[in-house]
Design a protein around this ligand. Structure first.
Ligand SMILES: Cc1cc2nc3c(=O)[nH]c(=O)nc-3n(C[C@H](O)[C@H](O)[C@H](O)COP(=O)(O)OP(=O)(O)OC[C@H]3O[C@@H](n4cnc5c(N)ncnc54)[C@H](O)[C@@H]3O)c2cc1C
Length: 539
C-alpha cells in the first residue's frame, strides 16, 4: 500500500500538524505546552488563509464546569452515537463511545477557559444551553454554548460576522476564534509553514508514521516527526471524487458547501492510503442552502447560507412545485444540521431526487426586509451581495417575476430545474400556504404561527437550494485518544486526527459542536502525540 522511507529530511520536529484550523491550532498549543517541539503545515498562503474555523460563527460547546460529570457523559454519548437512547439501537462509535463521552466530560467544560488562556483579550459569551432537552443529562450537565468575541462588553451572541479586515479588538465569531488561536500559537513561537500542502504520510518499514511529504511552491519537502503526525486538515467539502464516493444522492453537483475550498479531504485520502478505517463518511452538518450555476471553486459549487428560509412571506417547494416540510426546520438549531436529509428523498418510481434542488420562493416583502444571506460570501469569496439583495437579482442568482405563473416558467427554464417545475402546482402551493396564513394554522406542516405571513406582494422571487451547509463530518476512524485506527481496530502508530476530518458527532448535532470538538479533540490529540516515545528511542 505504501513504501517505507528512511530519509533524508528537510525538517525535523517532534510533531507535525497538518492544517491550521481550530483542531490544528489547539493541538499545537497543547502539544507545545506538554513539552513537544511542533510545526504546523498549512496549505493556504498566509495572506489568504481562510479555514472553516475562521469563516465560522465561532460558537463552541463549553458546558459549565460546575455541571454534573456523569450527566455530561450521558448527554455527550446521546449526541455522538445515541446508544444510550431507548429509541436508538445503532452503535455508531462501537466499543469506544464510552471513552469518547469520558473525553468530552473531562475536556469540554474547560473549552472557554482554554481559549482565554491562549489570549487573555479573548472573551466568550454564553448563548444557549442543551438543544436536546430530552436527552439524558441535558439539564444536570449544565450544557452551554459560548460565542467568540474580542468585545469585552458583549453580553450576547454577536449578530454581525466580522471580516478579515475587522480590527482585532472588534473581532467576533470565527474571526475572533482564529485571532485567539493565532495569538496563542505566535506567543509560543510555534512555526507555521504556510503555502505548504501535505501530500503524503511517510512510514518506516513497520508502518509507523514518521513524517510527511509536502509541496511548498516548487519544492518537495520531507518533514520528520519524531513523535507523531496529527491530521487536522478538515473535511472533503471540495473534493469531487470523495463527494461522489461518500455523499448520498448526486454528491458532486447536487450538493454545496459554504466553507473553505481548501478542504479537499487530503488528510482523509492520506489516512486511507495508510490503512485507516473510515467512519460515517457520508455525514455532514447540513441543511438546504443556495447555490448558483456560475459560482464555483475548482469546478465545484460554492454554497451560500440562506438564513432567510422559514421567515414570513416565503415558502420552500420541491423541483416540481410542492411544499414538503416546515420551512423553519431548515434554519433553526438543531434541526438545521440534519435537514439535508429531507433533500435526499428519492422518488423510486420516477428515479429522481425531486428536492434537489428545492426552490425558496418569496415575495417583495421579504426581499426588501434585509440581505437574505450573511457576510461570508462577501468577505471570503469576494462576491458582492447588497442589503437589498439587488446584486444577486442582477446576477441572475435570484429569479424575479411579476407573477407566480411567470416565476414558475423561469424556474422551469433554469438549468438546475431540468424542466420539472409545474407552474400550476407552484401556484396551488402558494395559495394553500396563503390560506393557512389567513387561518393562522399550517395544517400541512405545522409551521410556527409567527412566520405565517403570505407570499402575496409582487414581484415574486425564487432561489435554488441544495443539500449542504458548513462541513462534512465523517472521515477517519479515531478512538478516544484521537489515534487513527485501521479496519481491524488497531492503532496506526503515531497517527492522530482531530476536527472535521474525524468528527465525534455521528448522530445528533447542535450548533457549536464542530468548533467545540476542535478544542477538545485537538487538545487530546496534541497531548497524546506529545506523550509518544521519541521514534529513535522506542526500542
Ligand atoms: C460559515 C461557517 C460557519 C460555521 N459556524 C460554526 C459555528 O459557529 N460553530 C461550530 O461549531 N462550527 C461551525 N462551523 C463548522 C466549523 O467551523 C468546522 O467544522 C471546524 O472549524 C473545522 O475545524 P478543522 O480544524 O477541522 O478544519 P478547518 O478549520 O477547516 O482547518 C483545516 C485547515 O487545513 C488546511 N489544509 C487542508 N488540506 C491541507 C493539506 N493537504 N496540507 C496542509 N493544510 C491543509 C486548510 O487550508 C485549513 O486551513 C461553521 C463552518 C462554516 C463554513
Amino acid at each position: 500500500m505504501y513504501e517505507s522511507y528512511k530519509g533524508p529530511w528537510d525538517h525535523e520536529s517532534d510533531i507535525v500538524i497538518v492544517g491550521f484550523g481550530g483542531a490544528g491550532g489547539c493541538a499545537a498549543a497543547e502539544a507545545h505546552d506538554a513539552g513537544a517541539d511542533v510545526v504546523i503545515l498549512e496549505k493556504q498562503p498566509q495572506n489568504r488563509h481562510y479555514s472553516n474555523t475562521r469563516m465560522s460563527g465561532g460558537g463552541f460547546h463549553s458546558p459549565e464546569p460546575t455541571g454534573d460529570r456523569e450527566a455530561l457523559k450521558a448527554y455527550a454519548k446521546a449526541m455522538f452515537s445515541g446508544e444510550n437512547l431507548p429509541w436508538k439501537f445503532e452503535g455508531d462509535q462501537e466499543d469506544y463511545s464510552d471513552g469518547l463521552a469520558e473525553m468530552w466530560a473531562e475536556y469540554a467544560p474547560q473549552n472557554a477557559a482554554f481559549m482565554q488562556s491562549l489570549d487573555p483579550d479573548f472573551h466568550s459569551v454564553r448563548s444557549a444551553g442543551a438543544a436536546y432537552p430530552n436527552f439524558p443529562g441535558a439539564e444536570q450537565s449544565k450544557y452551554s454554548i459560548y460565542n467568540s468575541t474580542y468585545d469585552k462588553s458583549a453580553t450576547k451572541k454577536p449578530k454581525v460576522q466580522s471580516s478579515p479586515k475587522t480590527p482585532r479588538y472588534k473581532k467576533e465569531a470565527g474571526e475572533a476564534f482564529h485571532e485567539c488561536l493565532l495569538h496563542g500559537i505566535n506567543k509560543r513561537g510555534i512555526p507555521i509553514h504556510y503555502d505548504t500542502r501535505v501530500m503524503n504520510l511517510l512510514h518506516d518499514e513497520a508502518g509507523e508514521i514518521i513524517g510527511v511529504e509536502a509541496i511548498q511552491g516548487k519544492k518537495t519537502l520531507r518533514y520528520h516527526s519524531r513523535k507523531a503526525v496529527i491530521l487536522a486538515s478538515g473535511g472533503y467539502e471540495y473534493n469531487k471524487t470523495l463527494r461522489s464516493a461518500f455523499l448520498d444522492g448526486p454528491g458532486v453537483d447536487g450538493w454545496a458547501f459554504y466553507g473553505t475550498p481548501a478542504n479537499t479531504g487530503d488528510g482523509i485520502i492520506m489516512g486511507m492510503e495508510s490503512g485507516a478505517a473510515l467512519s460515517k463518511v457520508g455525514s455532514a452538518a447540513g441543511r438546504l442552502i443556495a447555490s448558483f450555476p456560475d459560482f464555483r471553486a475548482g469546478g465545484i459549487r460554492i454554497g451560500v447560507a440562506m438564513p432567510a428560509v422559514g421567515k414570513p412571506n416565503a415558502i420552500l417547494v420541491d423541483n416540481l412545485g410542492s411544499r414538503f416540510c416546515d420551512e423553519r426546520e431548515i434554519t433553526q438549531n438543531p434541526t438545521c444540521y440534519i435537514t439535508y436529509k429531507y433533500a435526499l428523498a428519492f422518488d423510486i418510481n420516477k428515479g429522481i431526487y425531486p428536492r434537489i434542488p428545492a426552490w425558496f420562493v418569496f415575495d417583495e416583502n421579504l426581499r426588501t426586509l434585509k440581505a437574505l444571506t450573511h457576510s461570508n460570501i462577501t468577505e471570503y469569496f469576494d462576491a458582492p451581495w447588497s442589503t437589498d439583495n439587488h446584486e444577486a437579482i442582477d446576477r441572475g442568482w435570484i429569479l424575479k417575476a411579476d407573477t407566480l405563473e411567470e416565476l414558475g416558467g423561469k424556474i422551469k427554464a433554469h438549468p438546475d430545474n431540468h424542466g420539472l417545475m409545474n407552474t400550476e402546482t407552484l401556484c396551488r402551493s402558494v395559495s394553500r400556504f396563503n390560506e393557512s396564513c389567513a387561518q393562522g394554522d399550517d395544517q400541512d406542516f405545522h409551521r410556527e404561527l409567527k412566520t405565517l405571513k403570505p407570499v402575496e406582494k409582487p414581484p415574486f422571487y425564487a432561489i435554488a437550494l441544495f443539500p449542504g451547509g458548513p462541513n462534512t463530518k465523517g472521515g477517519l476512524k479515531a478512538n478516544e485518544k484521537r489515534q487513527v485506527l485501521d479496519w481491524n481496530g488497531r492503532v496506526i502508530p503515531r497517527l492522530y486526527a482531530a476536527g472535521e476530518i474525524a468528527s465525534v458527532f455521528k448522530y445528533m448535532y447542535q450548533a457549536g459542536g464542530n468548533v467545540g470538538e476542535c478544542i477538545v479533540c485537538g487538545r487530546v490529540a496534541g497531548l497524546g502525540a506529545a506523550r509518544e516515545i521519541n521514534y529513535k528511542e522506542r526500542r
